[in-house]
Design a protein around this ligand. Structure first.
Ligand code: MSP
Length: 638
């Protein structure tokens, strides 16, 4: 029988961002569902990736004097590497600069253009460069961008538009008729509120002259695709052509999981784009809340960004996966605190779950020689445990449909508590004292271990590594993936006769002293864990030298690059600088500049650059670094 298919996605992350717990949150949440559905026997496709076009990438690459492609090739690795560390089981990783993606974007644009779903018009609006968005006069917040509060510019230009407005009624009906489509319900109401106003057509192009780093429109190469129109298509470009997508069985997606900030782009832009393309909207778009830190938005300037890599080093992967999904109901905002994380680690994980495993495995060794016994006489105390297990399993299954992670975990912990109480009530240490008791002891020990196996399966999507270790300690050799949810269909899946292993703490407690030390370390980041700080030795590795510009000429076909010949005392270097919009080549000859002299040569537009010129860049204006007196050539700069 063919397996049922299940498709879940995360947003694709802006490649420029340093991955933080906000990004990790969406990805872990999607991973838990993907893993759970696999346990239910589905053929799962789980997609994540990076969003690599647009102004910010272009700007960052320019600032580093590298090509945008080189820049994204390097940066997207940070996400890939983090997902490996966080045990993310994605089926594929899509990058919007990949051929397979660009091809589908262009095909869709071509098709929509030929169906007159896309038209050309002149447009005048307020443009926010950092957000890459046009705003109308009434959108502005005190004359500034309503999203980032920065300055906006009035721009008038020709552009291409997608006839989004005509789908307004269809979309409202779709949302109203399908309560599962947009979740949570409060967010659905927000989208409906947004749709109370007339829905305008969507500007889907940017002139190449202003922003070259994007996918060229197939019907007008002077324009590139608006980054959101490009990015949203990632959810389907992974499956090939439109026909392939339909045939794949993976569309419509079961969940497009997003943060609340990007709900409108998904619920409105994406759904109407799909409608125009002739595909169904996703079955569900779920908008989760945001993490703040001490009530503030995470930002580099506030130095409060919580880096998942640092958390993994201090607490271990599974603790983080558990904490993020246990602490705050999915859909609501939450405030991150290391103290709360340590609290949950010590109470829920170490004291309750960890201790349950530890005492069970130790008693198994002491009273049953480390062999899982065949249960013998049943007693009235067994029933509450087996009933609770059945109830928890059924409830967990139901709660996955609502992505209610914290309730799922609360429910699972009811079974942890019931099992601990079962052991306390039945008292294996007393049973071991009499012959009659010894018979009963077999059942009690079997049931305790079986309950732990059930817990291992149920918790596996949240804590894949610790639950596999739990199974090993119980002597279960079949992997959890192989056992599946099916193995919970009736009590007694644990095989009697298996040999348990030595008890090992799954989650070592962090005692107060140690917690204080960890918190102090995290509060005062060391040089090696804050990527904006380097040591003096590291700085000394950069060889800065003065150099005199001997020749300067514009690089053909490039708006920004100037090719320089620079005398650095010992030799003449050919250096490319992205300064053509701020300097004329003829004004540069004779100037003394500062060169990074030991930079690995790199090719830009086919020309080798053997160094880098230092400059400041502010709002697109570039100023070369220089001296108030002539220092001479080849002088070291420190
Ligand atoms: N590139 C777009 C998405 C395109 S999808 C077709 C984007 N990228 S992002 O990197 O800025 O954000 C990606 C996701 O991270 C969003 O879902 C966003 O909500 C989430 N988070 C970013 N910061 C967050 C928190 N502080 N807390 C929780 N999630 C947050 O938007």
């Amino acid at each position: 029988m063919p397996q049922d298919k299940f498709y879940i996605t995360t947003p694709i992350y802006y490649v420029n961002d340093v991955p933080h717990i906000g990004h990790a949150y969406t990805t872990i949440a999607a991973d838990v569902v993907a893993r759970y559905k696999r346990l239910e026997g589905y053929e799962v496709f789980f997609l994540t990736g990076t969003d690599e076009h647009g102004q910010k990438v272009q700007q960052a690459a320019n600032d580093l004097s590298v090509s945008p492609k080189e820049h994204v090739d390097k940066l997207h690795q940070r996400f890939k590497e983090l997902w490996v560390r966080l045990n993310i089981s994605n089926s594929d990783f899509i990058r919007t600069t990949e051929e397979r993606h660009k091809k589908l974007v262009r095909n869709i644009l071509q098709e929509l253009h030929s169906k007159d779903e896309i038209y050309r018009d002149s447009y005048e609006g307020w443009y926010c460069t950092p957000c890459e968005r046009f705003w109308t006069e009434k959108d502005l917040a005190q004359g500034n961008c309503p999203e980032c509060q920065r300055k906006v510019e009035k721009i008038k230009e020709h552009n291409y538009f997608f006839r989004m407005g005509k789908y307004q009624e269809w979309l409202i009906d779709r949302i109203k008729n399908d309560p599962h489509f947009i979740l949570p319900a409060s967010r659905r109401n927000e989208v409906l509120g947004f749709l109370d106003k007339p829905l305008e057509d969507l500007c889907i192009s940017r002139p190449k002259s202003r922003l070259p780093w994007g996918i060229p429109l197939p019907f007008d190469e002077e324009y590139v695709t608006y980054v959101w129109f490009d990015a949203l298509i990632n959810y389907i470009s992974i499956h090939g052509s439109l026909d392939d997508i339909k045939a794949s069985g993976f569309w419509p997606a079961d969940h497009n999981m997003v943060g609340k900030d990007i709900l409108t782009t998904h619920a409105v832009y994406w759904s109407t784009m799909l409608k125009a393309i002739g595909l169904e909207p996703p079955k569900n778009i779920f908008a989760h809340g945001w993490w703040t830190v001490n009530g503030q938005k995470m930002s580099k300037s506030l130095q409060n960004v919580v880096e998942p890599n640092q958390l993994i080093d201090k607490f271990g992967v599974d603790v983080i996966r558990y904490f993020l999904l246990r602490e705050v109901p999915f859909g609501l905002d939450g405030d991150f605190s290391h103290k709360a994380l340590i609290g949950r680690l010590n109470s829920d994980l170490a004291n309750n779950l960890g201790n349950l495993l530890n005492r069970t495995v130790n008693m198994m060794k002491k009273y049953c020689g480390g062999i899982i016994p065949t249960p013998a006489t049943a007693g009235p105390e067994d029933e509450p445990l087996t009933t609770k297990a059945g109830e928890v399993i059924a409830e967990v299954r139901k709660l996955y449909g609502e992505l209610a992670y914290n309730k799922i975990l609360q429910k699972i912990w009811e079974l942890v508590d019931t099992t601990n109480q079962y052991i306390d009530k039945t008292g294996p240490w007393n049973l071991a004292k009499t012959d009659e008791g010894k018979e009963r002891l077999k059942t009690v020990m079997y049931n305790s271990a079986e309950s732990l196996r059930v817990l291992g399966v149920l918790l596996n999507p949240f804590m894949p590594t610790s639950t596999e270790s739990l199974m090993k300690q119980l002597g279960v050799e079949t992997s959890i993936e192989e056992q599946g949810m099916e193995s919970l269909s009736k009590w007694g899946g644990l095989q009697a006769g298996s040999q348990t292993q030595k008890a090992k703490q799954l989650f070592p407690r962090i005692e107060d002293k140690q917690a204080e030390k960890i918190l102090a370390e995290l509060a005062a980041p060391k040089e090696d864990n804050i990527d904006s700080q380097i040591t003096i030795d590291e700085f000394m590795k950069v060889e800065l030298k003065t150099g005199k510009i001997l020749e300067a000429e514009k690089v053909k076909k490039s708006k920004k690059l100037i090719q320089l010949k620079v005398d650095i005392g010992t030799e003449t270097r050919q250096v490319l600088a992205g300064i053509a919009e701020s300097y004329k080549p003829e004004d540069l000859v004779g100037r003394t500049v500062i060169i990074v002299a030991n930079l690995k040569p790199a090719k830009l537009m086919g020309i080798e650059s053997q160094g880098m010129v230092l400059a400041a860049s502010n709002d697109g204006k570039i100023l070369l670094a220089g001296f108030d007196q002539e220092p001479g050539q080849g002088i070291q700069v420190r």
